[in-house]
Design a protein around this ligand. Structure first.
Ligand code: C2E
Ligand code: MG
Ligand code: MG
Length: 707
């Protein structure tokens, strides 16, 4: 019956009983059982730490432990080892409970012989093996072999109990793969499975033995980092895990780059209960995802506050439409060349009974993804049609553009609703309606997007892509979407004079629109002085505070009357381009750099605590222009040489400023920064002169070439 030699431990305080068991086993097993014995539960623990045994024979009444407690204690030390209870009393109830607590068999002393005992040991071992297999299946994920959700929860309960007793800390990390669905859709489910297995293998390799890793379902994983000496280790581990997991994967012989969103909660900082820790890690993960910053997020209380505020906003918004608290303001979009009003954009406002006048930024994200955004959309369309009809009756025909949320457009009756409105307002020509969708509205999230947009186009409704430049549109996306206008996101326009990259973005969006033969609108034009520059870059329309803030409909009509009365001849520019854009761009970058240094130097206090952290600020951003493009285009113009040496002087002055800051010499810092200030004026004059000279040169060159 026994093929190999077995090690059995008997835990028994009565030496006579130990001898008896020894005798029985020896005669019945022909010495194939090696017996070890201890007489205290505490000693059993010590022995089992040093060696493993195949089975344990356990007396429940020991000097340091009694009854079922004895069984629980030993079971905790060696979960995997089969246990046979040797009881001195015949007690059916005790026997059943012992089996429930984890024993494999229950024998009453004096009622068994050697053969029965050996059979019991053998069956106990087999039963334990089966149990372990079943346990494994019930608690592990078949695909990856990691713990499953159920097992994770048990581990978590265990970590809580243990950490409470040992006054220890631990962390819970939740994470999932960004865009896993896309991978499944593109490469098929087998490839998806293959990827999940690779991810699991990497996590297993990166964590320690004491940690728990689980697959919670789909592409969601969880880790428990146990026994933490301090919480800074968690950030270190999170970074390390991200680093390992973000390395490329080979799936279907394609290299895939994958990113992960991670949320972390900490015991006991964020909670002491299982539900708290899970909820908070989960929320932090969604926060990480929403921020798009591709990193991990620790849970913070603000997230709960935000959740409460979201619930409140939603509850209030339900009544807002009914109680007539919403209204629309209208902001004009004009032609920069002619100052003609091309259209107006309808922007929602909320007169909140308690919170006062609210802008979309105060409530829109809270209602996104819910039915409320659809109700808002219905309200907006209704108001816009009624307004268009009213204006039409006053002889005013201005197109109105409406911001439409993707969820709104996904409604099966979206198109029908618009048809119904058109039928109810037959006086409103359909071409007066424009629709704005965000650049981030993707055709992948909504396969019927194209169809819906085509139908709207068919009606004469035109389409703008809003906040362009903030998403990741590809040319093929633009080819798929039947748009009429690109609206450049205001973030690029507002700071276009301080940032050369923003200018380049505006320029390239404008030329993109030109390639497609579409219009382009600059949003956020806060100064009229941006106008020539925008036009030079090919952007012919603008919207912004410099023209008008969004206004209630009646005020907009008053504004319009005044606007029409104004003499716009000054603003109307011929179709000229700024001759030398390259010089102007350099001027902007150079002067804004100097301005930054001056403001920094002026802020320096006695403690020198406000030293700048902006990387590379000490280097001139236009150095490269002077040594390459500048010299090759304008090297033969004398003004360029003067400008170039003034640029070098400014570089030297900046270096001095930084040197004095490092020496913590406030007066000297200020001295050099004031020098810089003086130099700004001469730079401005020189840049202007170079522009004129360059223009003159290019005209002369043209003449010479003609001659
Ligand atoms: P948007 O569609 O890009 O609208 C332009 C936003 O820029 C408006 O903000 C407008 O007031 C603001 N703006 C205009 N000119 C300037 C300027 O010169 N400087 C600055 N700093 N800002 C300027 P608002 O009204 O707060 O709306 C914010 C966003 O909320 C809108 O951005 C739009 O995406 C969304 N939104 C507004 N109304 C609705 C609506 O009825 N439905 C939906 N789904 N979204 C809406
Ligand atoms: Mg808009
Ligand atoms: Mg916008």
């Amino acid at each position: 019956m026994i093929e190999k030699s077995l090690k059995v431990l008997v835990v028994e305080d009565n030496p006579g009983d130990v001898l008896l068991v020894q005798e029985m086993l020896r005669s019945a097993s022909e010495d194939r059982i090696q017996l070890f014995s201890v007489n205290r539960i505490s000693r059993a623990g010590g022995l089992l730490d040093e060696m493993s045994v195949d089975a344990i024979l356990l007396d429940l009444g020991l000097p340091d432990s009694n009854g079922l407690e004895t069984l629980r204690n030993i079971h905790e030390v060696c979960e995997e080892t089969p246990i046979i209870v040797l009881s001195s009393q015949e007690d059916e109830q005790l026997a059943v409970t012992a089996l429930q607590v984890g024993a494999q068999d229950f024998l009453v002393k004096g009622t068994f012989n050697g053969h029965i005992l050996i059979r019991s040991i053998f069956y106990a071992i087999k039963r334990k093996e089966m149990d372990s297999k079943l346990f494994y299946m019930a608690y592990h994920d078949p695909l990856t072999g990691l713990s499953n959700r159920k097992h994770f929860h048990e581990h978590l309960l265990h970590s809580i109990a243990w950490s409470e007793r040992a006054a220890q800390k631990f962390a819970v990390i939740f994470f999932d793969l960004d865009n896993f669905k896309k991978i499944n859709d593109t490469y098929g489910h087998l490839a998806g499975d293959h990827l999940l297995r690779q991810v699991s293998d990497r996590i297993r390799r990166v964590v320690r033995k004491v940690d728990t890793v689980a697959r919670m379902g789909g592409d969601e994983f969880a880790i428990i980092l146990n026994n933490l000496a301090n919480f800074s280790y968690v950030a270190h581990m999170a970074r390390k895990i991200r680093k390992y997991l973000c390395r490329p994967y080979t799936v279907e012989s394609t290299l895939l780059e994958i990113d992960f969103s991670m949320g972390i909660s900490l015991y006991p900082l964020d909670g002491r209960s299982e539900s708290d820790l899970v909820r908070k890690a989960d929320r932090a993960m969604y926060q990480a995802k929403a921020s798009g910053a591709k990193r991990f997020h620790f849970y913070n209380n603000e997230m709960d506050d935000r959740e409460t505020s979201r619930q409140n906003v939603r509850a209030d918004f339900k009544n807002a439409i009914k109680n007539n608290e919403l209204c629309l303001h209208y902001q004009p979009i004009i032609s920069l060349r002619t100052h003609e009003i091309m259209s107006v954009e309808a922007l929602v406002r909320w007169r909140h009974p308690r919170r006062g006048f609210l802008f979309p930024g105060d409530f829109l994200t809270e209602i996104m993804g819910t039915e409320l955004i659809v109700s808002l959309g219905d309200f907006v369309f209704e108001s816009v049609f009624s307004c268009l009809s009213r204006w039409k009756s006053q002889g005013i025909l201005i197109p109105v553009s409406v911001n439409v949320d993707l969820m709104q457009m996904k409604q099966p009756d979206f198109y029908k609703k618009i048809l119904r409105l058109m039928a109810r307002y037959p006086d409103v020509p359909p071409h007066l309606l424009e629709i704005e969708i965000l650049e981030t509205t993707s055709a992948e999230d909504f396969p019927n997007l194209r169809e819906v947009l085509d139908s709207l186009h068919g009606l004469g409704v035109s389409l703008s892509i809003d906040d362009f430049g903030t998403g990741y549109s590809s040319l093929s996306y633009l080819k798929k979407i039947p748009f009429d206008t690109l609206k450049i996101d205001q973030s690029f326009v507002i700071s276009m004079l301080e940032n050369r990259e923003n200018l380049a973005i505006i320029e390239s969006i404008s030329s993109l629109a030109r390639i497609f033969g579409r219009n382009v609108v600059a949003e956020g034009m806060e100064k009229m002085s941006y106008s020539p520059m925008l036009m030079a870059m090919g952007c012919e329309m603008a919207q912004g505070y410099a023209i008008s803030k969004p206004l209630p409909p009646e005020e907009f009509i008053d504004w319009r009357s005044l606007w029409l009365e104004r003499d716009h001849s000054e603003g109307v520019l011929p179709g000229s381009n700024i001759a030398e854009l390259s010089i102007l761009l350099t001027q902007i970058s150079h002067l804004s750099w100097i301005q930054k240094i001056i403001s920094m130097a002026e802020k320096v206090d006695d403690s020198f605590s406000s030293i700048p952290e902006e990387e590379g600020l000490e280097r001139s951003p236009v150095e490269g222009w002077y040594s390459n493009e500048g010299v090759s285009l304008y090297g033969d113009i004398p003004t360029f040489e003067r400008l170039s040496s003034t640029h070098r002087e400014s570089v030297d002055l900046v270096r001095e400023v930084f040197r004095r800051i490092r020496e913590k010499n406030k007066n000297a810092t200020r001295y050099y920064s004031r020098h810089l200030l003086l130099q700004k004026d001469s730079l401005l004059a020189l840049y202007g002169a170079l522009q004129k000279d360059a223009l003159f040169h290019s005209i002369m060159r043209g003449k010479l070439e003609k001659a």
